[in-house]
Ligand binder design. Structure first.
Ligand code: NAD
Ligand code: MG
Length: 408
């Protein structure tokens, strides 16, 4: 492998995991603006091989990683025919291998769900600068990832727009929120596509309606999470992990314009906010260039055109996922892992037409209440709890199907 991955002098070697997804495509559009600054070492995709092929033609990475050998062989042949030297690898172990490469300085974690857990761990263990969009590994194991980063020298930077905003609002040298004089964090939330929809209509919501986010264009899983407000719940836990905050220190505020990406309140009453157009290229460029500000290709914020910024409290009765996530954050241990696993299964079942939108929180609540909280003090323990919760969620969905209960 070493022969392929020769780093060019002066350029930052970058691996983009999940290159074909929404985060991956936005990352590459920022990298495209800075050919002298970044060198793409590896790109990965799960199934969209045609898009990955186009990306390989343009960015000429040393490696491309796909899900299995069959896809890899075809992509390798296509790239050879096009005269490209990219080496195509397959499977999760190949992801671990490429992030550990010597020429790699930065790893962008853009895989969706717990599928990104082990590659994120490999990047942190290898002491890289790790840009986290993939919030699920942080929710599951953020406390252990931070400890591992302290050991390996890895630098964790948030790409999630809210956490990137919080990071930007903190002093550059903060080591604890209390030490920095932070009183609380205000995590903003657009409210999703059903902000004003009565709960009585939730049983009939279709996947396409749930994925039609009013402000952000994203992958389908996070779009459904945004519609149930589980995304904000996961982000609450993500913020607790990244900033070592207590769940009570974090308040969720509905802000439909998605212009303020989050705020930090200090003990003297000052509140700092980060604003910008709702465009993921801004946090991506911030983290890619950090501490240098680089062009993201994003248009200027036009405040008179936006006119007004509104705020309201979240409705945890219509959106129980937010309450469930807060409870899991307070319970700690394995609870966030169980919450995340049950949610992934529930969302996949909803997208597959097996359960109604309104059943998503019910599945999560049943699984959470059935599985006792354990310490979750190792990656292995977390993986075991993840597997257990997935199994239980699937069983419950299958049991309902046997009883003839379908999506609507
Ligand atoms: P997406 O569905 O658009 O893309 C997911 C990527 O992961 C694709 O490249 C896909 O090939 C890859 N992938 C899927 N399953 C995989 C598997 N089993 N193994 C390896 N690779 C796999 O998702 P997205 O919207 O880009 O979101 C990615 C992550 O970033 C999520 O965790 C999401 O919560 C987070 N995030 C996304 C946004 C956004 O604007 N899209 C914003 C903040 C955070
Ligand atoms: Mg976010």
């Amino acid at each position: 492998m070493a022969a392929q991955e020769k780093k060019e002098e002066g350029r930052q070697g970058v691996v983009v995991l999940g290159a074909t997804g929404s985060i991956g495509v936005n990352t590459l559009s920022v990298i495209r603006l800075h050919p002298g600054r970044f060198q793409v070492i590896a790109l990965s995709a799960h199934s969209q091989v045609a898009r990955l092929y186009e990306q390989c033609l343009e960015f000429e990475p040393a490696y491309a990683v796909v899900a299995d050998q069959e896809m890899a062989a075809k992509l390798q042949a296509d790239l050879r025919r096009a005269g490209r030297r990219t080496e195509v690898l397959a499977g999760p172990e190949a992801l671990d291998a490429v992030v550990e490469g010597e020429a790699v300085r930065t790893v962008v974690c853009g895989i969706v769900g717990a599928a990104g857990l082990l590659s994120a761990w490999a990047a942190v263990k290898a002491g890289k600068r790790v840009l986290f969009a993939n919030k699920e590994p942080l929710v599951m194991s953020g406390h252990l990832l931070l400890a591992e980063a302290a050991r390996s020298g890895a630098e964790l930077l948030p790409l999630d727009s809210e956490h990137n905003a919080i990071f930007q609002c903190l002093p550059s040298s903060w080591s604890s929120l209390a030490g920095a004089g932070v009183r609380r964090i205000l995590l903003t939330c657009s409210g999703g596509p059903f902000r004003n929809t009565p709960a009585s209509e939730f049983a009939h919501v279709t996947p396409d309606q749930a994925c039609a986010h009013p402000r952000w264009v994203m992958g389908r899983k996070i779009s459904v999470d945004s519609a149930t407000l589980m995304n904000k719940g996961l982000e609450l836990i993500e913020a607790c992990r990244l900033f070592q905050a207590d769940p009570q220190q974090i308040e969720v505020v509905i802000h439909p314009q998605s212009v303020i990406h989050s705020l930090v309140e200090y003990v003297d009453g000052s509140v700092l906010a980060q604003l910008g157009n709702p465009d993921m290229r801004t946090p991506i460029a911030h983290a890619l260039g950090f501490p240098v500000r680089i062009d993201a290709g994003v248009t200027s914020l036009d405040l008179p055109a936006i006119g007004r910024l509104e705020f309201e409290p979240p409705d945890e009765v219509r959106f129980p996922c937010l309450r469930l996530a807060r409870e899991a954050a307070m319970a700690g241990g394995s609870a966030p892992t169980v919450l995340n696993a049950a949610n992934e299964i529930a969302v996949a079942a909803f997208l597959g037409g097996e359960v109604a939108f309104s059943t998503i929180p019910e599945i999560i609540e049943r699984v959470l209440s059935a599985i006792p909280v354990t310490a979750a003090d190792s990656l292995e323990a977390i993986q075991a709890e993840d597997g257990r919760a997935r199994h239980m969620a699937r069983e419950w969905i299958a049991g309902r199907a046997r009883q003839g209960v379908t999506a609507c």
